[in-house]
Design a protein around this ligand. Structure first.
Ligand SMILES: N=CN[C@@H](CCC(=O)O)C(=O)O
Ligand SMILES: [Zn+2]
Length: 412
């Protein structure tokens, strides 16, 4: 397929550029009045319309006059396998209850775990497929999915197998993260070590043997998993080659970021509580700071200090956190708008953070996240737009007209 007359081809980073640190995030290379050639599912070539080779004239052509072409969003933090939404908690939130209060009253993660344990794998696969199709139509072309609503060996494995089926059924790269340490099941409320032992001695060996996860995650937070408990789990997982991507500093500043970094985490995610120690720890670090502004928006908690992280030369990514409790939305266009409106990032910074750095947070930036020859042809074409900034500016409305995955138009 040949795409011609592209008003702006966005994110033409060199293939060697695998992530953008600090002020590099400002650089979003764009080719105006361009063409893009896709072949065998990959990006084959691109250039200026003035230099378009006539040998391509008999190809299947898509005329993108007035339109922008973006690399697909790379959503590196989601929990899209769940049994049921939790809109009953929505009313409690409106009435003023906090996320922690709802969780303490039996809502939250344990509520989702009860429902997931009763759901069949087929039901979970069907409902997650509907969510994933919606996300793809909204421009997502690579994502990470976590377990964490099973909280028993059997149900965590059930979730991971559902994610494996999603990988096989959908034409986009998907990475899987084991998040058995999402909350303590009620029966282990007063026996934390018992649950940790279950994860380490029973679950991890099975997950590793069956190749069901790429990463390990822990909700390292007051009232959930302490730094010491997190460290135990990360150390055990490293013996199976599972690198950490952890939930850190969402509700309090508890040292979670530092624990993640000391275990060579690929990313530390959330960081709504971004104190000076967090900035220092992530300054020049190879651990990616993944920010989830839709979560801050939805549960009314502080927004992460993106500017401080960028000024301190951290690698900042943006992701959705799609889950039934704190963020019932996987719309990366809205994430990018919030990045601008609430994190005070520029449109260029948010787009880089939601594409190339998101890909890096899944160790996929060799494959996706920018427009480079040889990368997978996962991209989207907008409606005619006046400028790049129009996309985040027109918040909560989709400017995406056509989604292309592996070089072909996606019809869902
Ligand atoms: N904080 C931990 N996990 C999710 C929320 C899970 C839930 O409420 O179901 C998050 O990233 O916000
Ligand atoms: Zn999360």
């Amino acid at each position: 397929m040949l795409i011609t007359n592209i008003k702006a081809l966005v994110g033409v980073h060199s293939k060697e550029k695998l992530f953008l640190r600090g002020s590099e995030l400002n650089q979003l290379p764009i080719l105006e009045n361009a063409w893009l050639l896709l072949e065998d599912g990959l990006i084959k070539d691109f250039g200026l319309m003035s230099d378009l080779n006539t040998q391509y004239s008999n190809l299947n052509t898509f005329d993108a006059t007035g339109k922008f072409v973006f690399p697909s969003w790379c959503d590196s933090h989601t929990h899209i396998v769940f049994a049921a939404p939790r809109e009953e908690e929505f009313a409690l939130k409106i009435a003023g209850k906090t996320y922690e209060e709802i969780a303490a009253a039996g809502g939250g993660i344990l509520n989702s775990a009860n429902k997931l344990q009763k759901a069949t794998a087929d039901e979970l696969f069907e409902s997650a497929s509907i969510r994933l199709k919606d996300m793809i139509k909204q421009g997502t072309g690579a994502l990470e999915i976590k377990s964490g609503y099973g909280l028993t060996v059997e149900s965590e494995l059930k979730m991971l197998r559902v994610i494996k089926r999603l990988k096989a059924a959908f034409p986009i790269p998907i990475k899987t993260t084991l998040l058995a340490a999402h909350a303590y099941p009620t029966e282990f409320k007063n026996n934390h070590q018992g649950y940790i032992d279950l994860i380490i001695n029973e679950l991890l060996p099975k997950v590793a043997e069956q190749g069901l996860a790429d990463y390990i995650d822990v909700f390292c937070e007051k009232g959930f998993f302490s730094n010491e408990e997190t460290a135990q789990i990360l150390t055990a997982a490293s013996n199976y080659g599972l690198k950490p991507k952890i939930h850190a500093n969402q509700l309090s500043s508890s040292g979670a970021v530092q624990t993640g970094i000391s275990h060579q985490a690929v990313s530390v995610d959330h960081l709504e509580e971004t104190d000076d120690e967090v900035l220092r720890a992530l300054s020049n670090s190879n651990t990616i700071a993944t920010l989830l502004p839709s979560c801050s928006f939805y549960i009314n908690i502080p927004f992460a200090n993106a500017k401080g992280l960028i000024e301190n030369n951290a690698i900042v990514a943006l992701a959705s956190d799609y889950n039934p409790g704190s963020t019932p939305s996987g719309n990366m266009n809205f994430v990018v708008s919030l990045g601008c409106i609430k994190l005070k990032m520029t449109p260029e910074q948010t787009i880089n953070a939601a594409t190339l750095n998101g890909a890096a947070a899944m160790e996929l930036s060799n494959e996706v996240g920018s427009i480079a020859i040889g990368k997978t042809a996962n991209l989207f074409i907008t409606r005619p737009m006046t400028s790049l900034a129009y996309l985040p500016y027109s918040f909560a409305q989709s400017q995406i007209e056509t989604v292309i995955l592996n070089g072909e138009i996606y019809h869902g």
